[in-house]
Design a protein around this ligand. Structure first.
Ligand SMILES: C[S@@+](CC[C@H](N)C(=O)[O-])C[C@H]1O[C@@H](n2cnc3c(N)ncnc32)[C@H](O)[C@@H]1O
Length: 262
């Protein structure tokens, strides 16, 4: 039996062995990088902000795992540095914010003036709400597909879009874009389709995460960011840039920054 993935055909067992081996290697390398970052004293301003954010989560977390997750994600995910580098971000709406560690960090680093985080996982947003005590932040449990409220300077959609069907993704993207104030930006981090082994690895990792209920989503559907999502945003007057956001990981994540005209 053979299987076809992203246009290439392989023997099923060989393909499975390669992909599982690479995913395991990626997980080990990533875990080692994150473990190393835990022991390293902060040096740069963003590392200091991550350190302070981690302290907030250590205090706020009902489970130790929430603290380790927040700290590990901020130190190990290339999206942290990529999004921080876009600052200043002004007022921020973080759709599908999870525990809200990125939003709390942006405030802690002085890169956002206020944040609103929305996620349908009430336990996660409760952690974010506690961690952000004293900050200009609100965290609420809600479905991002029904988001409403005032426009902001930056809307974040980080690793969320792929949980929905094609039509719902398009509708969510347009709804998110409608919350961007003139001159503001929609920042989307997603895994890209059509990037060969990187795309397979990401698909496998997300499939396992959803199956294990690490993420509460309904499905995993990655899109071709340049061919499918960019035209949608350009069609409503946004100017888009897409750049790799996978760092040293083997995944296919990219960052789409869509700017709304003044
Ligand atoms: C992979 S996590 C990313 C979390 C966060 N953006 C981050 O970077 O840490 C995806 C998040 O989307 C949330 N999510 C999925 N579908 C949602 C929906 N319909 N409404 C609100 N949140 C949703 C999940 O609960 C989960 O916290």
């Amino acid at each position: 039996m053979s299987i076809e993935l992203e246009g290439a055909t392989f023997g099923a067992s060989r393909a499975a062995a390669i992909v599982v081996g690479l995913v395991l290697l990626a997980v080990v390398v990533q875990a080692l990088r994150i473990a190393r970052s835990f022991g390293k004293p902060p040096e740069t301003p963003i590392e200091h902000a991550i350190h302070r954010t981690a302290q907030r989560f250590e205090k706020a977390a009902a489970k130790k795992g929430d603290y380790y997750f927040a700290r590990g994600k901020l130190s190990g995910d290339p999206a942290t540095a990529a999004i921080a580098a876009l600052g200043p971000l002004g007022s921020v709406l973080d759709l599908g914010c999870g525990r809200g560690q990125l939003a709390v960090l942006l405030l802690e680093a002085g890169l956002a003036t206020k944040v609103r985080g929305v996620d349908w996982d009430a336990e996660k947003v409760a952690v974010g709400a506690r961690a952000s005590e004293g900050q200009e932040a609100t965290f609420e449990a809600g479905d991002v597909r029904e988001i409403s409220g005032e426009s902001v300077d930056t809307v974040l959609l980080v690793d969320v879009l792929h949980y929905f069907t094609r039509d719902v993704q398009d509708a969510l993207l347009l709804r998110a874009a409608s919350h961007v104030a003139p001159g503001g930006r929609l920042v989307l981090r997603e895994a890209d389709r059509g990037r060969g082994p990187r795309s397979w690895m990401t698909r496998l990792q997300e499939g396992v995460g959803t199956w294990a209920k690490v993420n509460v989503g309904e499905r995993v559907l990655f899109r071709d960011v340049r061919r499918e999502l960019v035209p949608l945003l350009e069609g409503i007057g946004f100017t888009c840039e897409v750049a790799p956001c996978w760092g040293l990981t083997p995944f296919s994540n990219v960052l789409l920054v869509a700017k709304r005209g003044p």
